[in-house]
Design a protein around this ligand. Structure first.
Ligand code: PLP
Length: 407
């Protein structure tokens, strides 16, 4: 913690730091509010109990081996992953117009979708079609699409900094003026980095314009379960768009909701007009996968497939997801309550209104700098924090530091 202390640690800490700093100071040193992943209340990575259980089942299963998987991936993984996104009773699944590609994480799913669209969407090898990503967004969106050959990756209005919420009018305005057939990357839930999702009513407005203006829907679903603790609630937008007859892509990541960050488990769900179109898309996808990673790795996909296809394990997984989501909700509620109790100027309702792992605190770059230099609390320059960086041990310190920064 000495290394993390920052240049201007209060003198009483510096004086104490060698021997026996009081425990509450130790807990407060070098507080990282932007860990790259979920953390427990002890600040540790969490291997989901259901994952540990399934790992044992895999080791014990003598029928399994390390042969290549099919190019498009493990069939039982692909179909169960798509079912999680679209719902068991999805009309598109019943009509056999859903296909899937096992990918290397959510990033791989975005990459496969982008590569396909550049080659085949809206005319052959069309790099001119605009791709719209939210402002702000997960930074990699820009690069993945640009790297696939799209020359025109643009922002669409999303975040209203003043009201610390969705800029619906701006969003709808950009949908109205985008060239027909433009591609829009939409965060399915728990928007990264703002933690702000459209309401159901707002999604219906977005869908109406997208349909009328013939815009392509590319969902990015990296946090299913993390927003509300419920997989079905978090898939509402994706499922609503399917009921509205859209053909679409949905990039799914199992990194966060299974805690399988380093196994690279993702799925690209394809919803097409009919079964014949799914076959055509998958046949082209096979070619793209072949020259990219040839065939995917098996361990993570097996873990997810066994879990999703076994009733008791599936129930246990949903419970594990809820544990993670509930911890985030608890940290949100307690940070807001502590700031209100301290009488910190400004409104802090956005802390609990935002959902998922990330929160836009509304701290400006100067305030962020103060938090880092004077309080050794590390967060993004944009003011974004990962709520999992908060624990019952450091939350008082963080709240007091935000208070001091703001007053
Ligand atoms: N999409 C969003 C919005 C993300 O935040 C992330 C990861 O942080 C991803 C996609 C990529 O997920 P993965 O680690 O599975 O590639």
């Amino acid at each position: 913690w000495v290394a993390h202390q920052g240049s201007n640690a209060p003198p009483e800490w510096v004086a104490h730091q060698g021997s026996n700093p009081p425990p509450e100071w130790v807990a407060h040193q070098g507080t990282c509010l932007s860990p790259p992943a979920y953390r427990t209340d002890e600040g540790q990575p969490w291997v989901l109990p259901v994952v540990k259980k399934v790992e044992k089942l895999i080791v014990a299963d003598n029928r399994l081996n390390h042969e290549y998987l099919p190019i498009l991936g493990l069939p039982e993984f692909r179909s169960s992953a798509s079912k999680i996104a679209l719902g068991e009773d999805s009309p598109a699944i019943q009509e056999n117009r859903v296909g899937a590609v096992q990918c290397l994480g959510g990033t791989g799913a975005l990459k496969m979708g982008a590569e396909f669209l550049r080659r085949w969407y809206n005319g052959n090898d069309n790099m001119k079609t605009p791709v719209y990503v939210s402002a702000p967004t997960w930074e990699n969106h820009n690069s993945v699409f640009a790297n696939a050959g799209f020359e025109d990756v643009r922002p669409y209005k999303y975040w209203d900094a003043e009201k610390r919420g969705l800029d619906l009018a701006g969003f709808l305005g950009d949908l109205e003026t985008a060239p027909k057939h433009s591609i829009f990357v939409l965060h399915a839930c728990a928007h990264n980095p703002t933690g702000t999702d459209p309401t159901h009513m707002e999604w219906t407005q977005v869908a109406e314009v997208m349909k009328r203006r013939k815009l392509f829907v590319f969902f990015d679903s990296a946090y299913q379960g993390f927003a509300s603790g419920c997989l079905d609630k978090d898939a509402w937008a994706v499922r609503y768009f399917v009921t509205q007859g859209f053909e679409m892509f949905c990039a799914q990541s199992f990194s966060k909701n299974f805690g399988l960050y380093n196994e690279r488990v993702g799925n690209l769900t394809i919803v097409a007009r009919d079964a014949d179109n799914v076959r055509r898309v998958l046949s082209q996808m096979e070619k793209i996968v072949r020259v990219t990673w040839s065939n995917p790795p098996s361990q993570g996909a097996r873990l997810v497939a066994i879990t999703l296809n076994t009733a008791e394990l599936f129930a246990e997984w949903k419970d594990n997801v809820k544990t993670m989501a509930d911890r985030v909700l608890l940290m949100r509620a307690s940070l807001q309550a502590k700031l209100q109790a301290l009488g910190t100027p400004g409104t802090w309702d956005h802390i609990t209104q935002q959902i998922g792992m990330f929160s836009f605190t509304g701290l400006n770059p100067k305030q962020v700098e103060y938090m880092i230099k004077e309080r050794s609390i590390y967060l993004m320059a944009s003011g974004r924090i990962n709520m999992c960086g908060l624990t019952t041990k450091n939350i008082d310190y963080v709240a007091k530091s935000i208070h001091e920064t703001v007053v």
